[in-house]
Design a protein around this ligand. Structure first.
Ligand SMILES: Cc1cc2nc3c(=O)[nH]c(=O)nc-3n(C[C@H](O)[C@H](O)[C@H](O)COP(=O)(O)O)c2cc1C
Length: 429
């Protein structure tokens, strides 16, 4: 198989309202365009023809309007998801190859743009099997450098599904889906040079019998995207979840979460935390039984009646007793400084307690990042001695409640978090 990349040169400057199909027909005829060829056109000329060019002074407002979701932000750099589902710098708002003082926006519907150009050219050139790809240059996570990708596609497969076919050695392919439109786009980048006014390329030799598709087929659905959440998004997406799906929490997941927890800040460069993961039913019963007994004694001393006591114990057991794993976070004060006065001694202890809270939040976030539901309940905080005795912990350890964890429950998205009045939580001094 030989692939040819033929630059389409000599196109006049494209302006709003221009019919790109009509403008490209003659140059393509001169190049001898034939059945099976794929015409790659840059987003820039498509956007210009569609009037998607706006004054640079409105750039920030347009970036905001074109952004469906902020994926990451660092300084002036914004990586955003557009409403098409593309993830790119500044939501595709870009000043290159547009006349001074203006920026271009991505086409409203680049698949429709590709289809319009294809239909026009098919009619004018009498080519029923001409493909069209609209490309833009995107950066890529984990790799340096821009690459042309397909943002619009018509008349050729966007994806070629090779699953259930066999490789050279006869092994069945299980996961291979080739992003053909992106491969064609990337190849065209070899002749589309930003400085040399090649706004289109004819790609010859791409042969496939796969069904035609659209560039929107290349956008991975959110629920299949393992890398979707940015730290900011996942911090707010973590919720307290008190019921769990069926199954276990793999120890590797717990270990990753504890590793994350142990990166939390702590006083005097100590690592005062210990996480006791209880996943065996007898240990769980021993711990919960001891806490229930202590709680009952407290409630009885408070004068609570039996139905109230039974109801509260039951409610607690419905969460802790049903969780596949209980993680008891402990801290100790080893490494704390001695002070002669109670105020500083107390503050010293509080520093360690605070680092316990920080570590637990990191633990919860790391569980969430790995798809594990969790809630942090006070429990052992109120019965230190009993918790220590049940779990055979030495007197130096202080229990910080219990984190119940398990697989995410089916369906039932948590109710939205109440909105925050920032003025209540942030003041500038
Ligand atoms: C130290 C601590 C102890 C908590 N104890 C309990 C508890 O015993 N029972 C409970 O239902 N929620 C408990 N929570 C959960 C909170 O009260 C609150 O419902 C939760 O943090 C809010 O949900 P969200 O995490 O989805 O925003 C506790 C939270 C903290 C920080």
């Amino acid at each position: 198989m030989t692939i040819e990349l033929i630059p389409v040169e000599g196109l006049p400057e494209v302006g709003p309202g221009d019919d790109l199909g009509a403008m490209l027909a003659e140059p393509l005829r001169a190049l001898g365009a034939r059945e099976g060829d794929v015409l790659v056109v840059t987003q820039k000329i498509v956007s210009k023809a569609e009037g998607r060019v706006v004054p640079g002074t409105e750039r920030t407002a347009w970036v905001e309007r074109e952004t469906a979701r902020v994926v990451a932000r660092r300084g002036d750099l914004l990586i955003a998801e557009t409403r098409h589902g593309f993830v790119c710098a500044n939501a595709g708002v870009d000043a290159s190859n547009v006349r001074g003082g203006f920026v271009s926006l991505l086409p409203e519907d680049p698949d429709a743009s590709a289809e319009r150009i294809r239909t026009e050219l098919a009619g004018r050139l009498g080519l029923g099997r001409l493909g069209v790809v609209v490309t833009d240059t995107f950066g890529r996570p984990w790799r340096i450098g821009l690459v042309n990708v397909a943002i619009g596609c018509a008349g050729l497969p966007a994806l070629v599904d090779l699953r259930a076919t066999t490789d050279h050695f006869g092994r069945e392919l299980e996961a291979t889906i080739v992003a053909l439109a992106d491969e064609v786009a990337a190849a065209s980048g070899l002749v589309i040079d930003k400085a040399s006014r090649v706004p289109a390329v004819l790609v010859r030799g791409v042969e496939t019998a796969a069904p035609h598709g659209r560039a929107s087929d290349l956008v991975r659905p959110a629920d299949e995207d393992l890398f979707r959440e940015s730290p900011l998004v996942s911090i707010s997406a973590r919720r307290t979840i008190r019921s769990f799906g069926a199954g276990e929490v793999p120890r590797a997941v717990l270990e990753e979460a504890v590793r994350a927890a142990c990166t939390s800040p702590a006083p005097h460069h100590t690592r005062p935390w210990l996480f006791l993961a209880i996943d065996s039913p007898p240990a769980k019963r021993r711990y919960l039984g001891a806490m229930a007994e202590a709680w009952r004694a407290d409630l009885e001393a408070d004068g609570a009646d039996e139905p109230t006591i039974a109801r509260r114990l039951e409610r607690s057991d419905a969460v802790l007793g049903a969780a596949p794993v209980l993680i008891v976070p402990w801290i100790r004060f080893r490494g704390s400084h001695d002070y002669p006065d109670p105020e500083r001694s107390h503050a010293e202890q509080e520093m360690f307690l605070l680092s316990g809270g920080a570590a637990i939040q990191s633990l919860l976030l790391a569980l969430h990042a790995q798809g594990v539901a969790s809630c942090w309940l006070s429990s052992s905080l109120f019965c230190q001695q009993e918790a220590r005795a049940a779990l055979r912990m030495g007197a130096e350890w202080f229990a910080l409640g219990t984190v119940a964890a398990g697989p995410m429950p089916e369906g039932g998205a948590p109710s939205p978090r109440p909105s925050i009045d920032l003025a209540e939580h942030l003041r500038y001094g």
